[in-house]
Design a protein around this ligand. Structure first.
Ligand code: C5P
Length: 444
């Protein structure tokens, strides 16, 4: 098929990072479909051309009018729509797509895709296309855990599909557990990263993330910690925190987009690692520290985003701790200090450029300035977690960036957007030689 891509067709799609990328957004029939228009909108804002394709059941949850309005194209939903087929047949549409994302992918759609069915438009497009397929499952947690669903997921992964999520949490059915569709912003980031890694499309993409100072990060080795740590009390209990890993994963994506080589050391989270990052999963602060130390010799830029537990129980009991009789006395738990990972990196020989994060509930800026110096960081990013709408576990954040000789407040934005700005500021400082080779960066 002749390539008739046109960039910047309208105001929504002008000049974005996905300019000209052609994406089929499939929608199957689950309650999470009410969020899919947000994903479509984000893709369009980034410049992608989006064709929405609904299954028959999807119409129970979201209207074609909504999807048409946000995608700027009539929605396709049938193999037997003569007018639509005459304009662009389904095989042509399958060839048109650079990428197919199905959000939500219900248990039934997973099963039909795993079986290789082609009895409606969406399943047929998937079979008739060589484009990467991203699936964002959404279903009740018991359905998600069912062996049949596990089997379907295994088969789809073997067939080359990428599974995004799902998240864990409260569900529309009133239960709590894994099976929530990832939030539109997280899906957008995964789709965008996948698009940018497609060579046939990548060559047509606008190289948005390339300016002289960002070029200084190309090929640099990033080591990023993300998520919480868990410190075991006994076989079933642990100390942890609310960190979702979203900001660290967004930074890993942003570092990949400027051409960095990224190793992500992650505590337990419910989100998919960015395509292209080497991901090492850990549980405890000690394991995170060991993994960081092992990777350190090959690191140019270290970004410590993880919410590392400062303390761990002095011992992990082999057996579940029983409730004490006459409970008023309470239970004493002795905690011992964990290694400070970032301080260890800052004080290492041939240290990389070191960026830390700080979550503060009071005097955020003053505390962060002091922390940057105390821990020997080149840059610190501080967020005020006293505001419940931003920071831990939310989609948005508002931060200030502090480095040697400068400070900047970044406005409340998505974590993906903030990650791009932070990488931008790192590039400036790194290129300006505030890096380790320059003693000025630490001699304060
Ligand atoms: O002192 P505070 O925990 O607020 O410092 C936060 C920064 O230090 C984050 O960048 C976090 O990843 C890092 N940190 C660490 N090791 C610890 C505690 C925090 O690397 N044990």
């Amino acid at each position: 098929m002749a390539d008739t891509r046109s960039k910047g067709q309208d105001s929504l799609s002008e000049g974005g990072i996905l300019s000209g990328c052609r994406i089929i957004v499939g929608v199957s029939g689950g309650i999470a479909a009410y969020k899919t228009p947000m994903l479509v909108r984000r893709l369009r804002e980034a410049g992608a051309e989006v064709q929405a394709v609904m299954t028959a059941n999807a119409r129970q949850f979201v209207t074609a009018t909504t999807l048409q309005a946000v995608s700027g194209r009539p929605v396709r939903d049938s193999l037997w729509d003569a007018a639509a087929e005459a304009a662009m047949g389904h095989i042509e549409l399958a060839r048109w797509a650079d990428l197919i994302v199905i959000a939500p992918t219900t248990a039934d759609t997973l099963s039909r895709l795993a079986a290789g069915r082609a009895d409606d438009l969406l399943s047929t497009l998937r079979l008739a296309s060589r484009a990467p397929v991203l699936l964002a499952p959404a279903m009740n947690n018991v359905m998600w855990d069912h062996p049949a669903t596990r089997r379907n997921l295994r088969r789809l992964t073997e067939d080359g599909c990428t599974i995004l999520g799902p998240d864990s949490g409260p569900q529309a059915c009133g239960e709590t557990g894994p099976g929530r569709m990832q939030e539109p912003e997280a899906l957008f980031a995964a789709v965008r990263d996948c698009c940018l890694s497609i060579p046939s499309w990548g060559s047509l993409a606008t190289p948005v993330r390339s300016t002289p100072h960002l070029d200084g990060l190309r090929g640099k080795k990033f080591l990023i910690t993300a998520g919480p740590t868990r410190e075991a009390i006994d076989p079933v209990r642990y100390i942890s925190n609310e960190s979702s890993g979203k900001q660290g994963y967004a930074l890993a994506s942003a570092a990949l987009r400027v051409g960095g080589e990224v190793t992500l050391i992650s505590g337990p989270v419910n989100i998919a690692p960015p395509v292209g990052a080497k991901t090492i999963s850990v549980t405890t602060a000690q394991q995170m520290n060991d993994a960081v130390q092992a990777q350190l010799p090959a690191t140019d830029i270290f970004i410590g985003v993880a919410a590392v537990a400062d303390y761990r129980p002095a011992e992990k009991k082999d057996q579940k701790i029983k409730k004490l009789p006459g409970g008023e006395k309470g239970l004493r738990l002795l905690l011992v200090e964990n290694p400070d990972i970032i301080a260890g990196v800052s004080s290492s020989q041939n240290r990389p450029f070191v960026v830390g994060f700080a979550a503060e509930t009071q005097d955020a800026l003053r505390n962060a300035r002091e922390k940057r110096k105390r821990k020997g960081m080149d840059m610190i990013v501080v967020n005020d977690v006293a505001n419940p709408d931003i920071g831990f576990n939310s989609e948005e954040n508002a931060v200030a960036v502090i480095w040697h000789g400068g400070e900047e407040k970044l406005p409340q934005s998505s974590k993906a957007q903030l990650a791009e700005w932070i990488i931008d500021r790192i590039a400036t400082c790194y290129v300006d030689q505030l890096a380790p080779a320059n003693p000025e960066s630490v001699a304060e």
